[in-house]
Ligand binder design. Structure first.
Ligand code: AMP
Length: 322
């Protein structure tokens, strides 16, 4: 039996299904989570299906989460989606269920779960949910609500079909979503819109960034500065792509200081492979889009990191690949 058939067998078997995703959720985390939840609710109205984790005000147009008691986990199936490693699972109660399934498209460095389905060439976890539906022999069926969530996930992770993770298959399954009359233009606009605070912070980033000799770029955004723009660390997500808009920049990093003083690193690239660097700093992710955390960021630590990023840019011989 295929892994997808195994997953569907487990979905059929359990009365209660709880779906988790990663912390700091992005549109694909929310979209794949809500898309799967909606598909199961659509086809198995007698099951109790919950999606858990923190809400994010700016992404509530995709979905909002359920609040559940610990006892709901007794005898439940837990599905964790779009989350490479267990520390990043939003809501660590994921361990309390009776059976655990991992569905993901990130490199499978931490193959947790009783069943693990990881496909790294999928554009997004949302794409995987459509594959699961298409391979379910009609046991799972999409509806408009699921299609909307999954579309949000796909355009989130592909940068509205701009990144090289967009395949012919991505476009084919996306076409399926259009059959449900989703308002794709509205969702594209929602993802592209920025607040005045983000606009001003973007201007700050362009004004104050550093571009190294070999075309790696970086900027450090301290918590106090972010607060001046009336944003929290989580609100800076739309800034991540800003440095990459510069034609000469090959790879870049945003150091974003959290309220507790630690740093979140958003690491991106147009071609040079940067997930090895992310791993070196205890993080991970995709070859061209990764993240990591640092407890402190001294001048020395910054210098050392930037030298490594610059070396990655310097040794890259391929074409830009974004
Ligand atoms: P971000 O920069 O937070 O948008 O994350 C980009 C990619 O890197 C996503 O695919 C994340 O799953 C992954 N990622 C981000 N932070 C971490 C981390 N601390 N550990 C492992 N993977 C991460």
């Amino acid at each position: 039996m295929s892994i997808q058939a195994d997953i569907i067998e487990q979905i059929e078997k359990f009365k209660t299904i709880i779906i988790h995703r990663h912390e700091d959720p992005d549109p694909d985390a929310f979209g794949s989570q809500a898309g799967l939840a909606e598909v199961i609710r659509n086809c198995f109205p007698d099951k109790n299906v919950y999606q858990v984790g923190e809400n994010n005000a700016s992404l509530e147009w995709i979905t909002t989460e359920d609040k559940i008691d610990d006892k709901v986990y007794d005898g439940a199936l837990v599905i964790v989606i779009d989350t490479a490693n267990t520390p990043r699972i939003d809501d660590q109660r994921y361990k309390k269920g009776a059976f655990l399934i991992k569905i993901d498209h990130h490199p499978n460095d931490d193959a947790y779960g009783d069943l693990t389905w990881v496909k790294t060439d999928a554009s997004s976890s949302s794409e995987l949910i459509i594959d699961l539906v298409n391979n379910s022999n009609g046991k799972l069926v999409l509806n408009k609500k699921a299609a909307e969530a999954l579309y949000a996930g796909i355009i989130g992770d592909t940068g509205r079909f701009m990144f090289n993770n967009t395949s012919a298959h991505t476009l084919r399954v996306t076409a399926q979503l259009f059959e449900f009359g989703i308002d794709a233009a509205w969702m594209n606009r929602k993802l592209d819109e920025i607040t005045p605070g983000i606009a001003k912070l973007s201007a700050y980033v362009w004004d104050n960034m550093t571009i190294t000799e070999h075309h790696a770029a970086y900027i450090v955004l301290k918590h106090d500065l972010i607060k001046n723009y009336k944003l929290g660390a989580a609100g800076t997500a739309p800034i991540v792509s800003v440095l990459g808009k510069i034609d000469t920049v090959k790879c870049w990093t945003l150091f974003v200081q959290e309220e507790d003083g630690t740093y979140r690193l958003n690491i991106r690239s147009k071609g040079p492979i940067i997930n090895g660097l992310a791993k070196e700093y205890g993080g991970g992710g995709h070859p061209l889009a990764s993240g990591a955390k640092m407890d402190t960021l001294t001048d020395e630590q910054l210098k050392e990191y930037v030298a490594k990023l610059d070396k990655i840019a310097a040794t890259y011989t391929g074409e830009d690949n974004d």
